[in-house]
Unconditional design. Structure first.
Length: 199
């Protein structure tokens, strides 16, 4: 460990972490919370995944991880990474009672509701999602590769970005990420930073 407390930096340099949110599903299109429900991509989502592959083309990834849920695995495959390793920590937030519920309907009943501060009834605590993100950050930073790719989900990718930078998990609220968009997390010298967002 160096003075920054980031494992693996001395031996391997600074790994960049690329994020790819899965393509469109019927529920992402309709604004329904989609946690562990294993939905397929829509035809539009499949085309989005192929387009994301063009954005990532030419990057040499030494590690490619994907959420085991089919919308992420299929996105990885269509983007050109059929051998992506399933990573259980990369599943989406478990939304509990709000699974399949439209966020607009939740706010209609409770106008002040914000998932980042109020959480989800009978679902996963935000801090636990952050802990899962931390395990991926640790895995990536100690992998000994120049570039790593994680194919995952909207809220999870936003939380992962916050934790990459050492911010609390709820700071993911500041990073909006559309379906099949690409982000690059890297460094400002030795400070974790966002290098590109929403490519």
């Amino acid at each position: 460990m160096n003075g920054m407390g980031l494992p693996g930096m001395e031996d391997f340099g600074l790994t960049r972490l690329w994020l790819l949110r899965h393509g469109e599903t019927e529920w992402s299109k309709s604004g329904q919370y989609t946690g562990l429900t294993d939905l397929p991509l829509t035809p539009v989502g499949e085309e989005q995944a192929r387009t994301a592959g063009k954005t990532l083309y030419g990057v040499d990834f030494g590690l490619v991880l994907t959420s085991p849920l089919q919308r992420a695995r299929r996105t990885a495959e269509l983007a050109g990474y059929p051998e992506a390793q399933p990573e259980p920590n990369a599943v989406e937030w478990d939304y509990g009672d709000y699974e399949g519920v439209r966020s607009a309907d939740v706010r209609r009943e409770n106008p002040d509701y914000l998932i980042w501060k109020d959480g989800v009834p009978n679902g996963e605590a935000l801090d636990h999602v952050g802990e899962r993100a931390d395990r991926i950050v640790e895995r990536v930073r100690t992998a000994g590769v120049e570039n790593a790719l994680v194919v995952a989900h909207g809220h999870f990718c936003r939380i992962l970005a916050a934790r990459w930078m050492g911010l609390p998990a709820d700071m993911g609220r500041h990073f909006v990420l559309g379906t099949a968009e690409v982000c690059r997390l890297g460094w400002d010298k030795k400070t974790p930073a966002i290098e590109a967002w929403g490519l």
